[in-house]
Design a protein around this ligand. Structure first.
Ligand SMILES: Cc1cc2nc3c(=O)[nH]c(=O)nc-3n(C[C@H](O)[C@H](O)[C@H](O)COP(=O)(O)OP(=O)(O)OC[C@H]3O[C@@H](n4cnc5c(N)ncnc54)[C@H](O)[C@@H]3O)c2cc1C
Length: 273
């Protein structure tokens, strides 16, 4: 396999993703973990955890960092960045991260939950004037006016990049209600009651809602529907942790990560088709 192909790709480097990565590596699989920074994980935000076996109590930041280090020590490839989309290709999957594409035979979604709601029009116009990736789609808007919504360092870098290739960029960093409108394509961004005519809209958030990430998954009560082996409605895709729904607890995330990993390994070995 080349350095863009893996047997298993895991999206998310929280506790579910770390647990899954360690087990997949123990089973000898080639593994990549698409990882947002550790401070985006739920565990990192927990002040003090008192219900995780092995510790009388431990800070979430410390435990989260240990788990992140576990991923690296396991020998899994760490792909730093946001998975933007997943595309099925026959019996494998393509995962877009920035402007790179990675391939895998099985996928484990361990992306946690995003509390950010989609903006009105975001899902409707995704791929039709709305993009999550300036590097991937910026060239389409050369010489045109685009809006970029986001207040992270990545958003700042994307503004600079879009300007460098000749886009007229309207920056939006404020909190509030954004709404996207258009016809065949998005052409208007409404923010704080003001309409802005644009050719394209880039939305740069830390996470991509799992409902947008993987086509074909089923959802119930806000979580990805899984079987007991953490398989989903899409053959070859497994899910673990907060993204499968309540309870939002560390022990559940780690346990599901382990089961998803074992099931993904069996799938890759052709034992569960
Ligand atoms: C404040 C707080 C206190 C808590 N206290 C406790 C406690 O005391 N005991 C307990 O049992 N549980 C506690 N929890 C819950 C527990 O931390 C979580 O249930 C568990 O850690 C969830 O792990 P996860 O891996 O499923 O998700 P997360 O930790 O959310 O990890 C998901 C990761 O995936 C990343 N991601 C998402 N989308 C993408 C993408 N497209 N590409 C790349 N990366 C992506 C996210 O940015 C994140 O880094 C607490 C949670 C919080 C918020």
């Amino acid at each position: 396999m080349d350095n863009l192909s893996f047997e298993i790709i895991i999206i998310g480097a929280g506790s579910a993703g770390a647990s899954a990565a360690m087990t997949c590596r123990n089973r000898g699989k080639t593994v990549a973990v698409v990882a947002n920074p550790v401070d985006t994980t739920a565990l990192y935000k927990a002040e003090w955890v008192t219900n995780y076996p092995g510790f009388e109590g431990i800070g979430g930041k410390e435990l989260g960092e240990k788990m992140f280090d576990n991923i690296i020590a396991s020998g899994a490839e760490l792909i730093r960045g946001r998975a933007l989309s997943v595309m099925p290709f026959g019996d494998s999957f393509g995962v877009a991260v920035g402007n790179d594409y990675y391939q895998c035979k099985a996928l484990i979604v361990a992306a946690g939950i995003t509390r950010e709601k989609l903006y009105p029009g975001e899902a409707e116009f995704l791929g039709r004037g709305v993009s999550y990736c300036a590097t991937c789609d910026g060239m389409l808007y050369r010489g045109k006016t685009v809006a970029l919504i986001g207040n992270s360092r990545e958003a700042e870098e994307d503004v600079a990049f879009l300007r460098s290739i000749g886009c007229n960029v309207l920056e939006f960093t404020g909190n509030g209600r954004y709404e996207i409108k258009g016809g065949m394509k998005a052409d208007t961004l409404i923010f704080r009651g003001e309409e802005h005519k644009v050719d394209g809209i880039f939305i740069i958030k830390d996470t991509v809602s799992v409902t947008q990430l993987v086509p074909g998954l089923e959802y119930k009560d806000g979580g990805i529907v899984t079987n007991r082996d953490m398989s989903t409605a899409v053959p070859g895709v497994f899910a673990a942790g907060d993204c499968t729904g309540k309870p939002f607890q560390l022990g559940k995330a780690v346990g599901e990560g382990n089961i998803a990993a074992l099931s993904a390994c069996a799938y890759v070995d052709g034992l569960t088709r």
